[in-house]
Design a protein around this ligand. Sequence first.
Ligand code: SAH
Length: 207
Amino acid sequence: MKGLLVRREDILRRLRSWRLKMLTVVGSGICRDHLTDRAKKIIERAEVVYGSKKALDNVREFIKGKFKVMKGFSEAEYSEIVEESKRKNVVVVSTGDPMVAGLGTKFHAEVEPGISSVQVALAKLGVDLCDVVVMNAHSKEVNLREIMHFLKFRSVLILANRRFDIKKLGELKVVLLENMCMNERVREGLASEMELSSDYTIIFIRR
Ligand code: SAH
């Protein structure tokens, strides 16, 4: 009987330690007050918190352990984080939502959602997500043929930085939402007459 009790204790201890040593990717939202209570608790429990400088700045007051600024966003950096998470409770903070052009797909980890720039933009535009195709020009190539194809069926929302060549959208009418929750600017006009000046830009093309 005693042996059985000891074994059960042992199993529970192991379970607890497995639960503690883990990797979670947490969305921080794009505005400071977007951080959910769940995200705050996960960050507070972490022994190490990783993220871009911007992501860490969003959550700094909730970090109780160490923090490390991610620089390369390379496979090597992701592997190091995974290795560390075998020994420690590690959190990776991803701005907005981790599953919107974020870090959620880079790890086999728990993902805690956050409020995305896509949601903030749609709220401002008064447009339902289900009427939109979302495209990532932030870290991927997006071509005009694809955009024109999607526009047959839905409005198109593009995550863009200033490297995106907006001129290629030609005579399409666009809404630009730049630096939301920061020094926000909303502009509307023909793509051919626009310049992108921010790495935090949402381009919306109504169907
Ligand atoms: N995971 C993030 C997106 C990261 S990719 C999210 O859910 O929002 C980075 C892109 O997101 C930027 O190039 C821009 O297109 C968009 N973005 C992020 N923050 C933004 C902001 N404050 N204003 C406008 N666009 C923003």
